[in-house]
Design a protein around this ligand. Sequence first.
Ligand code: HPA
Ligand code: ZN
Length: 355
Amino acid sequence: MSSDEHRREEPDLKPWIAGMPKAELHVHLEGCLTPQLIRQLAERNNISVPSSLSSLDQSSGYSFHDLTTFLAVYYPNMAVLQTEHDFRDLALDYLTRAHAQNVKHVELFFDPQAHTSRGVPFPTVIRGYRVALLLAQRTLGISASLIMCILRDQSPEYAMATLMEALPFKDAIIGIGLDSDERNNPPSKFAAVFQRASKEGFLLTAHCDIDQVNSIDHIRQVIHEIQVDRIDHGTNIVEDDSLVDIVREKGIGLTCCPISNSVVTDDFKGKEIVDLLRRGVKVTINSDDPAYFRGYANENMEKMATDTDVTRKELVQLQRNAFNISWISSWRRNHFLSLLDEYENRTIPRMVNGV
Ligand code: HPA
Ligand code: ZN
């Protein structure tokens, strides 16, 4: 019997993962828009339900086969987000679900250009999200911050103008990221925008999606030209030992998303994630667009646990990596790490061989 089969039979695996203190560093707020919330917001705003929902299969969900086909459903669905109240409800809906999964800290991407490009003012978006984060912190005790993403398939000028719009809201935004369609949109296109963002005090990250044309080249650009603090996805570094060494030595964290990978490529890249973990790279497990890919923090951890040979100690290490590469104060980091240590000590010694 393989170790995979052995773990699949462990009845306490799901509750053990559910009970673990966790952090999520790669979740798109607009990717938390569930079909149920889309319907509610469409009704509230008196607009028609987006066409993607009429062909939605209730049991298997949306059907995508790559990043481009996913984004073709993702952006039109955002039409239902119109008022500050809508953005607040979206963020609160996700934060409530994350809290129920024992997620202690989240860093949430948002795409202002997906809204300003259709006439929704930047302050409407950020004020709605900001109030939700404050409410969730106060009522649920979940720690959360925002990362503003630049749409890489738009112009650098529009990106710079969006960065300028964000400056009055600096207190609410911890970092700047890069997302959307990577094809023909290398990170270097936005070097000046990232340079300005860094000067303004923002931390930096960028998507290097899985198995893209020029993946390796784009990863080199984000490290050397953009000088990112983290990389979102980035698992393709496994193809190049020198890149693995650079990422490990610089302490650059990777925010990996197993279920998302399995939807937009033909593999969830679990083996590669475990390989990188064992080579000392700070890989983490995240949900990306949980309403679309049908998996939140726990389900992504479960996928790693059941479909790879990762041990329980290593599953804890994946969450330790997340707290270590998160953009939080050191006292809060230490608090979460001590919760995790306590959980590991309390639950793992009872296991046979730590698996
Ligand atoms: N990649 C790029 N853009 C995105 C993604 C992603 O995984 N999710 C939402 N926007
Ligand atoms: Zn993403």
